[in-house]
Ligand binder design. Sequence first.
Ligand code: GUN
Ligand code: ZN
Length: 439
Amino acid sequence: MINNVANKKKILIGTVLSFTENPFHYGLTDSVNIAENTAVLIDGNKIKEIGSPNQLVASAPDAEVYNFQEKLLMSGFIDAHAHYPQTPIIASWGKRLIDWLNTYTFPEEEKYGNSKYAEKIAELYLNFLISNGTTSVSTYCTTHPESVDAIFSTAQRRNMCVVAGKNAMDRNAPKALLDTPQSAYDESKKLIHKWHRTGRLRYAITPRFSPTSSPEQLSMLGELWAEYPDCLMQTHLSEQVDEIEWVKSLFPNSRDYLDTYEQFGLLGANAIFGHAIHLKKREIDRLRDVGAGVVHCPTSNTFIGSGLFDMEHIQKQKIPVGLATDTGGGSSFSMLRTMASCYEIAQLRNNALHPAQLLWLATMGSAKALHLEKEIGNLKVGYIADVIAIDLKSTDVITQRADLAIDIWEAIFPTLMMGDDRAIAATFIAGDLVHSKKM
Ligand code: GUN
Ligand code: ZN
């Protein structure tokens, strides 16, 4: 399409979607702005102004102009929970969580002590994200520090905001993947010093889940987090019923699954818990009271057969909720496919999510859960210019439905239900055009 000129002023013209509030808690008209034929002026890596195309072009005559016409301009998607080393094993057949980890995941993860291999997959993975309109991710790595270096150095070259952390695992996994309480502490600390807040990168202390960490390891990671409270802490919580039973047998003195983290200092406002499906009242109350976030991983929860996340109840508690692919447990890299699955799961709980709510979850919802909402997740003046242009007529099937739309939400919804990477017309990261389709 167009030649990207780094750091040059750019004007993007299209239908601009931005949030003023959380549509789960405010009326639609109070929470979302949609403005047709509107221009976004990008100066360097930031959004400088949003306004009328004629005025902005006149005020910045040297800017490069990208006219996306009726395409939707909005924040890039933010995938709040993924496993980049599982890219090669996405869509692996026939297992549930623990069997799936042992059969497909762990053998693949054993390869990431090899920096070359880790870098190759990191590169492939970030390419998949960008072509799917995902501009930020919080990803697990493997136990190897090399796997963390690979994703951070690849993200840094692309100026992407990426959260990542070394998996800590000292039991119940193949020997080749195990660390120890001390090595998990030492290696994580070293990686924090090397990467945390280097440019747009953030470190997350990452005990994989309590079945693969001994109490000693969880305790040492709790100490590490107390030393670096500004880091995020990401892990899994209450994903499958069998897993919860296993946790009970491994931690007989814990009150519940959340307590296996809480008792070792691994619960706080900077914690994010993936899945969080089968929660007890005490767990929900504690998450709400400390301000921790949870991440809904709908394609994974259906693919691995985990269960139906209770969006309505969790939103009522005002617990921050992000949306995520959880690839390779999830079956797609696309946050559009993830929104479709999110909608379908909520329908099974008698809750029809509005397209504004789905788009919120995929952008500001994830940004808030990851504490990045002051910089990314919205198309607003002062925000970093991670912007996507979405084609609302990317396939014949979508087009014939969108053509009947009586309002903008009806025009958007078919793409949320049936769209994929074909709908992503362009992706900008920190003001640079990094992906575009022929228009
Ligand atoms: N629980 C512990 N590890 C994993 C993982 O890699 N994927 C999913 N979906 N759940 C997990
Ligand atoms: Zn996961």
